[in-house]
Design a protein around this ligand. Structure first.
Ligand code: HEM
Length: 127
């Protein structure tokens, strides 16, 4: 018997709630508002597709948008180390608030931490 995927453990409905909560937090995070669009509905729709396949579900992101090439798709946005940490803190909070329990929560956060660090493409801005 195969191990259940993270996608199966979370379920489609809870994944959708997770992403919606995540972007609510992003939309008010002082480090993040400058680089995200005001209307996050399309961003959330794509993120639901992406995380579905990232967590082992059907490849619905790739079906609509092609290969994710995530680092390349993030190049238009200056992603500094502190923005990487801010993104992860919103995700950590959303995972808790969506009742994704341990040990799954930490396993997911660990994978996302690795991916988020890979997206960093800019130095910290001096102010
Ligand atoms: C798109 C920021 C990490 C997945 C975006 C967009 C921004 C952004 C500004 C464009 C939003 C839009 O115009 O709709 C960041 C920042 C990160 C980060 C600051 C911190 C490291 C990640 C990670 C993942 C991810 C770790 C995946 C696990 C995506 C996806 C899209 C996206 C799937 C949509 C791409 C598309 O247009 O098809 N991100 N991101 N991002 N991000 Fe991130």
């Amino acid at each position: 018997p195969n191990k259940q995927t993270a996608y199966e453990l979370i379920g489609k409905k809870r994944l959708s709630e997770l992403v919606d909560r995540f972007y609510e937090l992003v939309s008010t995070h002082p480090e993040l508002t400058a680089i995200f669009p005001d209307d996050l509905s399309e961003t959330a729709r794509k993120q639901k597709q992406f995380l579905t396949q990232f967590f082992g579900g059907p490849s619905i992101y790739t079906e609509e948008h092609g290969h994710p090439m995530l680092r390349a798709r993030h190049m238009p946005f200056p992603i500094t180390p502190s923005r990487g940490e801010a993104w992860l803190s919103c995700m950590a909070q959303a995972l808790v608030e969506t009742n994704i329990e341990e040990p799954l929560r930490s396993a997911i956060l660990e994978r996302l931490t690795y991916t988020a660090r890979h997206m960093i493409n800019s130095e910290e801005q001096s102010s």
